[in-house]
Write a protein of this length. Sequence first.
Length: 130
Amino acid sequence: MSAQVAGQVGVRRGDPIAATEAEHWLRDYAKSQDAALREWIILAYLGLADRIASPYRHGHRTTLEDLTQTARAGLIAAVDRYDPAKSPSFVPFAVACVVGELNGICGTPAGACTCPAGQRSRAAAVQGGR
């Protein structure tokens, strides 16, 4: 793995090459716990966390910056807790972790902050693909 490749990978919806590369990194990280690899994985998936946080900003007393920071904390927790032996795909696991963190910032487990219906249905579709 080269720094040049790592610097260019940002996992985006519909990009199976980047997703496959990141999944390899996740398997390698699970074995090695290499800090540099962890950082590359987190950077590759920041866009996912930010996209999940964005719809939560409407109609709540929480700033977008707080929501983004919380979503990114959920992503970091997902990277640290992910076990490729238990789940073949990282994205559904990460989505669940990020959404859980975002709901937690609103003060209730069910979430006084509610995600729009379209976002919920997309998350359910991703999670259903396990």
